[in-house]
Design a protein around this ligand. Structure first.
Ligand code: F6R
Length: 243
């Protein structure tokens, strides 16, 4: 795992965008794994700028999002479908049929999840997976616990996640209690992984990511099993990293 520290969130976002642009220019048919939340917003803004001003094309790129709240329809203002269209997809030349976001309202969760995992395999797996990290160490919505589920599944959100995400809803009671998430195995099968973290609130978990052994109690530590993980942190999130 390689840690790279940037002075500001803007610098981190630009560097992440440059790495993705390099990937897409080298392989216009790249398969990207995408995250939502506040962390990648700067990255998405920068990708939109690269598309508009520097001709970066996503015409043949395929994307797979990590997760979606269970029970939220795609047009719900807090759904991750809505988030992705609002913050990235509407502003770039990606084809609708190349976009994959887990459904929050599948009829049969198990069958839906099997099909989602199968779609990832059919396109040859994810080339570059972008991740944020929860203050509790979750990635995607793989929450800390005694065990982790390897493949796509419906998950009970941790209290810490519900609290952290309440800021996007009118009140905490409106935050869905469960979600559909890609599993750890699918994340670890990505060829390259880029984890982004900014802000003081992420400093303790980033510190632990550097020092802790692999444990399901901090799901992000499983990234130690992967050969190519770049962790991009701003100065605030890096404040508990050993030099
Ligand atoms: C979102 C996701 C989550 C977030 C994490 C951090 O698709 O998978 O793991 O990356 O909760 O969220 P923010 O960026 O809002 O701090």
């Amino acid at each position: 795992m390689q840690f790279q520290t940037f002075d500001t969130y803007e610098a981190l976002s630009k560097a992440a965008a440059v790495a993705i642009a390099e990937e897409v220019r080298a392989n216009p048919r790249a398969v990207l794994g995408l995250a939502t939340g506040s962390t990648p917003l700067g990255l998405y803004r920068e990708l939109i700028r690269l598309h508009r001003e520097e001709g970066l094309s996503f015409a043949q790129v395929k994307t797979f999002n990590l997760d979606e709240y269970y029970g939220l329809a795609p047009d719900h203002s807090q759904s991750y479908h809505h988030f992705m269209w609002e913050n990235l997809f509407s502003h770039i030349d990606i084809s609708k049929e190349n976009i994959n976001i887990p459904s929050g309202t599948p009829d049969d969760v198990d069958a839906y999840c099997r099909a989602y995992d199968a779609r990832i395999n059919e396109v040859g797996g994810i080339d570059l997976q972008i991740l944020g990290i929860g203050t509790n160490g979750h990635i995607g919505f793989n929450e800390p616990g005694e065990e982790l589920t390897p493949r796509c599944h419906r998950v009970q959100l941790a209290e810490a996640t519900i609290e952290a995400n309440a800021r996007f809803f009118d009140n905490a009671a409106d935050v869905p209690r469960t979600a559909i998430t890609m599993g750890m195995e699918s994340i670890l099968q990505a060829k390259k992984i880029m984890l982004l973290a900014n802000g003081e609130a992420k400093a303790p978990v980033i510190g632990k990511l550097q020092t802790s052994g692999i444990t399901t109690k901090i799901p992000a530590t499983l990234l130690r099993l992967h050969r190519h993980v770049h962790v991009y942190v701003d100065a605030a999130a890096a404040s508990q990293l050993a030099r």
